[in-house]
Design a protein around this ligand. Sequence first.
Ligand SMILES: Nc1nc2c(ncn2[C@@H]2O[C@H](COP(=O)(O)OP(=O)(O)O)[C@@H](O)[C@H]2O)c(=O)[nH]1
Ligand SMILES: [Mg+2]
Length: 203
Amino acid sequence: MAASEPLVIRSLEFLGGMAKADGWRPDAVLPEVAFAGRSNVGKSSLLNRLIHRKKFARVSNTPGRTREVNFFKVNDAFVFVDLPGYGYARISKAQRAEWKPLIEGYLSASPQLRGIVQLLDARHDPTADDEGMLEFLSELEIPTIVVLTKIDKLGAAERARRVHEISVRLGLDAEQVVAFSAVTGEGRNELAEAIEQLLAQPA
Ligand SMILES: Nc1nc2c(ncn2[C@@H]2O[C@H](COP(=O)(O)OP(=O)(O)O)[C@@H](O)[C@H]2O)c(=O)[nH]1
Ligand SMILES: [Mg+2]
């Protein structure tokens, strides 16, 4: 029998969106893993690759939902949470200031959260917002997986250098950092295994 791939997705159900820091969210019953990153970092593309479904991005990219926290039940066993992308230069200052309280509101209302998948663009240094987010997660002692997206855009030498640089800069071991490409699928199974490990932890 062929080894099965990690995190096989059998079902995916959109549960709804949380629009305000103290707003509605689905009952926190199942274990949750949340996905964070600045706008355009490749979050929708990563989720499509991870889940082998287009539904995730279709819902999350619907106008009005892009600035919400969106909840998806997977395999009737756990919940993936798509956090709003932050730091997009073309949105207004007021909209820019919205994401932080909303993400904080989500984090404080989520006793079943097992960890965060934090996306960073492999080609760029972490932004001030990225560093703020990572600092915040580490203060709250939330287990965090760092994913470097769009790794296909770098050559072999460059990518090794970037993985090293970014892990040193963030004070992580290189094993805590997953190099990922939504184009080639590289890193999909490594990320899936890391998520399975997060989900297996107690709350
Ligand atoms: N080359 C390459 N392009 C990517 C990758 N992931 C995303 N992109 C591109 O980056 C842009 C933003 O991606 P998207 O998934 O919508 O980002 P989001 O705003 O974080 O959801 C799109 O033009 C994607 O095609 C990747 O792994 N490799
Ligand atoms: Mg998106």
